[in-house]
Structures are given as structure tokens and as C-alpha cells.
Design a protein around this ligand. Sequence first.
Ligand code: NAD
Ligand code: TDX
Length: 332
Amino acid sequence: MKLLVTGGAGFIGSNFIRHILNKYKTYKIINLDKLTYAGNLDNLLDVASNRRYKFVKGDICDAKLVDKLVPQVDAIINFAAETHVDRSIMESGSFIKTDVFGTHTLLEAAKKHKTARYIQISTDEVYGSIQKGSFTEKSTLSPNSPYSSSKAGGDLLARSYFVTHKVPVLITRASNNFGPFQYPEKVIPLFVTNALEDKQLPLYGDGKNVRDWLYVTDHCKGVDLVLHKGKDGEIYNIGGGNEITNLELTSLILEYTGKGKELIKRVADRPGHDRRYSLNCAKIKRELGYAPSTNFKQLLKSTVDWYAANLWWWKKLKDRDFGSYYKKQYKI
Ligand code: NAD
Ligand code: TDX
């Protein structure tokens, strides 16, 4: 198979490219990535010279470029997106452009060139927040942030191209990922790297918001299953089965970095902050045989150890952004 992976220089996309090249020894990948602040070729140093891998710098909104690449592949896996909720609260235009219009550009090309498979990487955030129970694939979409609304827009557009144009679309909705190469603005790498630098950990609100943590390679395995065994037109939730509050997560990070609770700094809550995400993953388990890892604490500890061992990777990113993003976000 030849795959077009978009957003492959980001956190999950780069882990996915590594997973596919290692597992399928004849597969070829084109990675189309705009290299925004979140795109980083350091994430792929180990595959850069692989003859089955090619990097193309470009925008998924660029119809001419997309139209040139899509006929060369059997499947498109669209990871490209603006992804950070807090940034979408500060500025949302780029989210609409990439997450909605960019998705539209890819779908148009898939329609025109009759691409055999199109996977839209969506998110659990499109369902909104849930106090009790878990969302199934049939739950109503009720996104609460500009980020999740733009992702819901892309998700629904993709679905409509299946219904109207018979584009073989499959949609995945995953929970919060963690692991190596995650940009240090998301809570786990931000808190781990801040703790390692003896900086404060800005915990929003009462710290009781709940997230379901999914190890990134488990997400990649789920997408791999959907790519190879999923049914056209279907949606698959991919969860980790590890629901904890942000406060519990912060305590584990402090334990694994050997730092004390005095580093926790309570800050104002995120506007529109979703209280709890929770996915019912019975469908992907039953239909495709998906099962996530069961050793969350071990995986979190190994993630902490990865950031501790790879300062070269994250230090320059934080130094670069400290003057702009972090200053605006945390008023420091
Ligand atoms: P990320 O922010 O780390 O990476 C996004 C990548 O997309 C970057 O490499 C960036 O350069 C690229 N990109 C952005 N705009 C682009 C454009 N217009 N054209 C081409 N490339 C562009 O994101 P991530 O955490 O790896 O998330 C990947 C996907 O998974 C996203 O679609 C996201 O919504 C979804 N998702 C993420 C999570 C999570 O917890 N991180 C959970 C569920 C779903
Ligand atoms: O500084 C912080 N302090 C804090 O308390 C940050 C950055 C976050 N938080 C809280 C907010 C959330 O309850 O931690 C939780 C996780 O926050 P993020 O890492 O920003 O993730 P979240 O908002 O849950 O969204 C993520 O999961 C789904 C990804 O960013 C999305 O791309 C994905 O779709």
C-alpha cells in the first residue's frame, strides 16, 4: 500500500509513520505537512532516510498540491490539524482553515481520484463533555471549543462525502493521547518538562476535570486496524480506558519526576472547560479486535523518563515559544 499521511510531522502522525514503516515492510508513505509551530522533523529523524518514506512540505488547503499527491496513493490518513484548545480560544481562524477547509480539500481530491480509503482522524472532543456514562459512536455531537467545533466540522464533512459521493470514508475519534514527541503545550509534556525545570505546573480550575488517557502507539494500532479492517462509512471510538482527574495526573507526574506538590499552581479555569471525556469502545473491540494497553502507570512513567532523557528535543521548542505563546497563555 502507498499512504498519504497528512500532519505526519506532528505528535501522533510521526508515531503512526514509524509504526507503519516498521510493521509493513513494503508500504510506502508520503508525509504532507505544513510544519506549523507543532510540526517538527526532529520527530522523524530515524525514518528520514528510509527509501519508503518521502516528506513534502505543504498545506492540506493547497488544492493544486493535494491534487498532485492524491493520485499517487491508495489511502489518505488525515492527521493534519490545529490541535490545541487554548490556542483556539485565543485565535480560531487557522483552526477553521485547516480542520474544516483543509479536510474539504482532501475529500475533494479523494472523490476526484477515487482513492480507495480515506481516514479522518477526529477526536472524542466532538461529543462534548459527559458527567456519567460514556459516548458511543451514535451519540450527538456537541463540541464546546472552537477547536472541537472545527474538528466536528471536518468529521461531519467527511461523513457527508461518504453518504453523498460514496468516498470510502472512515472516521476515528480518539481520547487524549500521551507519549514521546508530544508538543510541550499539552498538559502531560508541559507539566513533565516544567517539573524537570523546577517551574510551576499551571493547573486549571479545581483540577477535577477528567480525561481518558490513551498511549500514542495504542492509538496508532487502532488507526492501523481501521485502515485495514474497518468498514467504509463507519465511525470508531478509540479510548485508553484510563480515566483520571487532572489533579491525580499531576500527582503522578510529580512522583515520577521526584518533585513536590509546591510546584502546583492553581490558575484560572479554561473558558468552556469540558468536565469529563469518556468513550465507549465496545464497537472497535468487537468488530476489529482492538484492545489498548492496561499498564497506564508504567506507560506514564516511561513517558516521563523519555522527556527526562530527551531535553534536546523539547528544550528548544519551549525556549522558542516562551516569549510568545507561554507569555500570553500564562501571563509569565
Ligand atoms: P500536533 O499538533 O502535534 O500535529 C499536527 C500536525 O499537523 C503538525 O505537524 C502540523 O505541522 C500539521 N499541520 C497543521 N496544519 C496543517 C496544514 N494546513 N497542512 C498540513 N499540515 C498541517 O497534533 P497531534 O496531537 O499529533 O494530533 C493529530 C491529529 O489527531 C489531529 O487531527 C487531532 O485533532 C487528532 N487527535 C489528537 C488527540 C491528542 O490527544 N493529541 C486526540 C484525539 C485526536
Ligand atoms: O496548562 C494546562 N493546565 C491544565 O490544567 C493545560 C495545557 C491543560 N490543563 C488541563 C486542561 C484539560 O482538562 O489538562 C487537561 C488536558 O489538557 P490538554 O492537554 O490541553 O488537552 P485537551 O484540552 O483535553 O485536548 C486534547 O485531547 C483531545 C488535545 O489537545 C486534542 O488535540 C485532542 O483532540
